[in-house]
Design a protein around this ligand. Structure first.
Ligand code: GLU
Length: 471
């Protein structure tokens, strides 16, 4: 797509606040944001809350939280459609006055009967235009006491076409399109109409949205043209499928972006991973937010549906975990340790613990789980009895006591501890597991830990000596 755009680029993310910010919405927001940033344009947040039955303040907050977590800052808004009602009514009034819209008194039952008839006659089910004014046509008498809906007078000839950023050229015959209701009998404007008026008023130049909206686009373009507005450029991104090829849903795990925060994913990783769902830059899989912005020019958007791949997300997340400076990683893991009842103060330095654990970890949650080894109160009686029976045999206990004596005066470093272990094993002609596993069980209550010399060094001399004397 050409980046030779004379007017400044203005994109918007326009969620309906009926639930959390789901992954598809987050991806749409990311694309709109990155495109605006790439072209030095403006990114607008517009909350489409006209479905009063289903919209909730909690959902609005969830969307704001999700956007903030991902770092998708908007330049204008949030705007709320419920606050634009007067404006929508004003435009409806103008369209009625200019003849671009008309009152229709057909009841929903009558319209349904028209559709039935069309179906029975093998035609496309549609409103039959009873109330559509035409030159020389006499309209029926207005039924007393009935409030009309307002319909858009859709062109009947020709076609409406656009060059979709993602799907390429699309053309729909106007004959396929009904005269859309733009205001209900109670005066409230309908969904497509509010979108059109806002896109027009907000001078939106590019609409990037899910392809579930592709059927709305020809209707929206026709209304924009009737209003004398230049339609924006549209890009309809295909949906995200679950790993099994079905539409991504709760069944596949978390669908709210904030759940990924809870599960220990980094926003940096989510942004990187989401960007690759339906967009590519050569073979690049790992890139920074800055690189994304510098590359995201609206090209290379995929026409086929993207597939959610939890393993790949974990791989991307592991990459970003390892990229974080030690103190930053510690700051992100610390609250998760505290939430587990861990006490960091006075125990092993968290940055050092994480340096040991991070090379094998995929999420912050996993790091917090594993770090608890160093921060939970140690209760030897909580060690599973089968571990005690198998590994803390009388011979093993004797060996551990000897190890405690050997290390009572040493420099408490992984190197010195490792050397002490080797000397002790050599003295008894034993192999490493004979000492390593009992040591772990005695000192941590578990048979598997990272490298035992590193674990002992981090736990500290006092703690290790005390625990070895208490076996
Ligand atoms: N409010 C619509 C939605 O949440 C988006 C409308 C649009 O982007 O035009 O799906």
């Amino acid at each position: 797509m050409s980046t030779d755009i004379s007017s400044p680029v203005r994109t918007r993310f326009a969620p309906s606040p009926t639930g959390f910010l789901h992954l598809g919405g987050a991806r749409t927001a990311l694309f709109s944001w990155a495109f605006a940033r790439h072209l030095g344009g403006t990114f607008i947040l517009r909350v489409e809350d006209t479905d009063v039955q289903r919209s909730t303040p909690e959902a609005v907050q969830a969307i704001l939280d999700g956007m903030a977590w991902l770092g998708l800052t908007h330049d204008e808004g949030p705007f709320y459609q419920m606050q634009h009602m007067d404006r929508y009514r004003e435009v409806v009034g103008q369209m009625l006055a200019s003849g671009q819209a008309y009152h229709c008194y057909s009841t929903p039952e009558e319209v349904e009967a028209m559709r039935e008839l069309a179906r029975a006659e093998g035609r496309k089910p549609r409103y039959d235009g009873t109330w559509r004014p035409e030159p020389g046509k006499t309209l029926p008498a207005v039924p007393a006491g009935r409030d009309p809906v307002v319909r858009f007078r859709n062109p009947q000839d020709g076609e409406v076409s656009w060059n979709d950023l993602v799907k390429g050229p699309i053309a729909i015959a106007n004959a396929e399109l009904d005269d859309l209701i733009i205001a209900r009998a109670d005066g409230t404007p309908t969904y497509n109409f509010c979108v059109v008026v806002d896109d027009w008023d907000m001078r939106i130049t590019h609409v990037i949205r899910g392809d579930d909206h592709v059927n709305n686009t020809p209707r929206q373009i026709n209304i924009l043209r009737a209003l004398g507005a230049e339609p924006p450029i549209y890009g309809h991104v295909p949906m995200i499928l679950g790993p099994d090829g079905d539409k991504l849903s709760k069944r596949h795990g978390a669908v709210s972006v904030m759940q990924y925060d809870e599960q220990g994913y980094l926003p940096e990783a989510m942004v990187n991973y989401l960007a690759r769902l339906g967009w590519s830059h050569g073979d690049d899989e790992l890139f920074t937010r800055e690189q994304l912005v510098s590359w995201f020019d609206g090209a290379h958007l995929s026409r086929s549906a993207a597939q959610w791949d939890p393993k790949k997300l974990n791989w991307v997340n592991a990459h970003y975990l390892r990229q974080l400076p030690a103190d930053e990683l510690a700051a992100r893991v610390a609250p998760r340790i505290v939430a587990r009842g861990g006490v960091i103060e006075g125990n092993a330095p968290l940055a050092d613990v994480l340096a040991l654990l991070a090379p094998r970890a995929e999420t912050l949650e996993q790091l917090a789980d594993e770090a608890m080894l160093f921060y939970r109160p140690f209760d030897p009686s909580a060690t599973p009895p089968e571990l005690v029976e198998q590994h803390l045999t009388p011979e093993a206990r004797a060996l551990l006591r000897e190890f405690a004596a050997d290390t009572a005066e040493i420099d408490w470093t992984p190197e010195a501890l490792s050397a002490a272990m080797k000397t002790l094993l050599a003295r008894h002609g034993l192999k490493m597991p004979k000492l390593g596993i009992p040591l772990r069980v005695a000192v941590t209550g578990q048979a598997q830990t990272p490298a035992v010399d590193a674990v002992l060094a981090l736990l500290g001399k006092n703690i290790v000596q005390k625990r070895l004397h208490n076996i």
